[in-house]
Design a protein around this ligand. Structure first.
Ligand code: PLP
Length: 461
C-alpha cells in the first residue's frame, strides 16, 4: 500500500436501504448460462450475484433524489421539473437550450436525423454502438479519428481518448468540409476503455473545426468522469473544481447528447443540449414526433427531477473520487496478480484483455464472449463482451468487423457495491485466469440484424 501513497477513503455515503443478493451454485450457473446462449445479456438478473454488466441506469439514487421523485410535476406541458433540469444543465454544462429525451439514444436519433445528409461523413473518437447506428441510419458514414494509442491496450498514454488532428484534417481534405456536418467527440471514450480526452485536445479540435465550419457534438454521457481525469492528469487543472472543468470542456462544443443513466446517477433519462437556436427549434419540433412533448421528451416529471438533482451530486469531488477510486482499486489488484487489462484503467470499468487472457482462442471463436461466460460460471459475476460481437458487421461487405481490442468489461454501477464486492470480483477473475488454458471458444448460432451483441446466441465449440 505504501507505494500507492493513498490514505484510505471509504464510500462517501452510508446505506439506508438494502437489496439482498442471491448466491447460486456452480451447477445452477452452468444451466443458466447455457439457457442464455452464453450471452450475459440474456441472463436473468435474479441469477446474477454481482452485476457488472453495465453502469447504465444501474445507479443507486440518493435520499435527496428519492425525495425529489415525490415532487414530480406530472403535467403534460410545462412541468416545473423540466425547468429545474433546464436550469441545472445550463448551470453545469453551460448549454443554452435543452431537449429532454427518454435516454441517450433518443438524443442521438434526433441530432443525427437533423444534421446528417445521406453521403455525409461523421468523424468520431472511436465509435459507440447506438451513436454510430443512428449516424448510419441517417445515411452517414462513421470515420474513426481517435489516436492510434487508443487501439493499443498496452499504451500508457494518459489521454487515449484524444482526437488525432492529422486524421481529422486528412478526412476534411479527402471528402471536403461540406460533407462533414459535425465531429462526434466522446468524453470519456467508452469503447476505448473509458479513456479520457484532454482539455488541450478538445481546444485544438475546436480550433481546427472552426476553420472549416464543422460543428462539435459532444457525447457528454461520462463527461464528469472525463473532468476528473483532466483534474488529476493535466497540470494546469489540478486546482480547478470538477464543475469548473466540466463547464470549460463543454464550452468547446456546439451541443451534446447525454445519457443520464451514467454520470447523472439516475435509472432512466437523457437529453440533447444545444447552443444554436435554429437547430434547437428543429430538435424540439422533432422530439414531439419520436419521444414526447418538448418539456418531457419521454420522461415522467419525477424522472426529470431525479436527473436534475443527480446532476448536482455528480460533480461533488468526494463522489467522483470514490467512483473512479473504486475502479482504480480493482485495477491495481488485478495488475498485481498479472491479469492482462487495459491500462491506464478507465473511468467506469475494468477491461480484461481477452486476446492476451485467452491467446489460444482465435477472434472468430469470440474470446471475450467466452471469458464473460466463464466469469459468470465461476462466481455469478456478470460482465459484458466488448469485442468482435459488439463491433458487428460492415454495411458494405457484410463481413465481421475485426476490432483490435477484444475486451471483457467489468462495469461498476455508481454507489451500488462496496469494497468487499470489489475484492470478490478480483478473486473471481484470478480464479478464471488460473484455469485459462482449459477454456474453449464459442460459435455463434443466432445473430440478430441490429446491435447483435444484445441478443446473439452461442454454443460451446
Ligand atoms: C450509454 C451510452 C450511450 C447511449 O445512451 P442510452 O441512454 O443507453 O440510450 C451513448 N454514448 C455513450 C458513451 C454511452 O455510454
Amino acid at each position: 500500500m505504501g507505494k500507492l501513497e493513498r490514505r484510505s477513503w471509504a464510500e462517501p455515503f452510508k446505506i439506508k436501504v438494502v437489496e439482498p443478493l442471491k448466491i447460486t451454485t456452480r451447477e445452477e450457473r452452468l444451466k443458466a448460462i447455457r439457457e442464455a446462449g452464453y450471452n450475459t445479456f440474456l441472463l436473468k438478473s435474479e441469477d446474477v450475484y454481482i452485476d457488472l454488466l453495465t453502469d447504465s441506469g444501474t445507479n443507486a439514487m440518493s435520499d435527496n433524489q428519492w425525495a425529489g421523485m415525490m415532487l414530480g410535476d406530472e403535467a403534460y406541458a410545462g412541468s416545473k421539473n423540466f425547468y429545474h433540469l433546464e436550469e441545472n444543465v445550463h448551470k453545469y454544462y453551460g448549454y443554452k437550450y435543452l431537449v429532454p429525451t427518454h435516454q441517450g439514444r433518443g438524443a442521438e436519433h434526433i441530432i443525427s436525423k437533423l444534421l446528417i445528409k445521406p453521403g455525409d461523413f461523421v468523424p468520431g473518437n472511436m465509435y459507440f454502438t447506438t451513436t454510430r447506428l443512428h449516424q448510419e441510419l441517417a445515411g452517414g458514414t462513421f470515420v474513426d479519428v481517435i489516436i492510434d494509442e487508443a487501439h493499443d491496450s498496452q499504451s500508457l498514454h494518459p489521454f487515449k481518448g484524444n482526437v488525432d488532428l492529422q486524421k481529422l484534417e486528412s478526412l476534411i481534405k479527402k471528402v471536403g468540409e461540406k460533407k462533414i456536418p459535425y465531429i462526434a467527440v466522446a468524453a470519456t471514450v467508452n469503447m476505448a476503455g473509458g479513456q479520457p480526452i484532454s482539455m488541450e485536445n478538445i481546444r485544438q479540435v475546436r480550433a481546427l473545426t472552426a476553420k472549416h465550419n464543422i460543428k462539435i457534438i459532444l457525447d457528454a454521457t461520462r463527461a464528469v468522469e472525463n473532468a476528473y481525469f483532466i483534474k488529476t492528469r493535466e497540470k494546469e487543472y489540478e486546482k480547478k473544481s470538477i464543475a469548473e472543468i466540466l463547464k470549460e470542456f463543454c464550452s468547446y462544443s456546439d451541443g451534446a447528447t447525454m445519457s443520464g443513466k451514467k454520470d447523472l446517477l439516475v435509472n432512466i433519462g437523457g437529453f440533447l443540449a444545444l447552443n444554436d437556436n435554429d437547430v434547437f427549434e428543429e430538435a424540439r419540433n422533432m422530439v414531439v414526433v419520436y419521444e414526447g412533448l418538448h418539456t418531457y421528451g419521454g420522461l415522467a416529471g419525477r424522472d426529470m427531477e431525479a436527473m436534475a438533482r443527480g446532476l448536482e451530486e455528480a460533480v461533488h469531488e468526494d463522489h467522483i473520487r470514490a467512483r473512479i477510486g473504486q475502479i482504480e482499486y480493482v485495477g491495481e489488484k488485478l495488475l498485481s496478480i498479472g491479469v492482462p487489462i487495459v491500462q491506464p484503467v478507465g473511468g467506469h470499468a475494468i477491461f480484461l484483455d481477452a486476446k492476451r487472457f485467452l491467446p489460444h482462442i482465435p477472434q472468430i471463436q469470440f474470446p471475450a464472449q467466452t471469458l464473460a461466460a466463464e466469469l459468470y460460471i465461476d462466481s455469478g459475476i456478470r460482465a459484458m463482451e466488448r469485442g468482435i460481437v459488439s463491433a458487428g458487421r460492415s454495411k458494405e461487405t457484410g463481413d465481421h468487423y475485426y476490432p483490435k481490442l477484444e475486451l471483457v468489461r467489468l462495469t461498476f454501477p455508481r454507489r451500488v457495491y462496496t469494497q468487499a464486492h470489489c475484492d470478490v470480483t478480483a478473486e473471481s477473475v484470478e480464479a478464471v485466469y488460473e484455469l485459462r488454458n482449459k477454456i474453449t471458444g464459442l460459435k455463434m448460432v443466432y445473430e440478430p440484424k441490429y446491435l447483435r451483441f444484445f441478443q446473439a446466441r452461442f454454443e460451446k465449440m
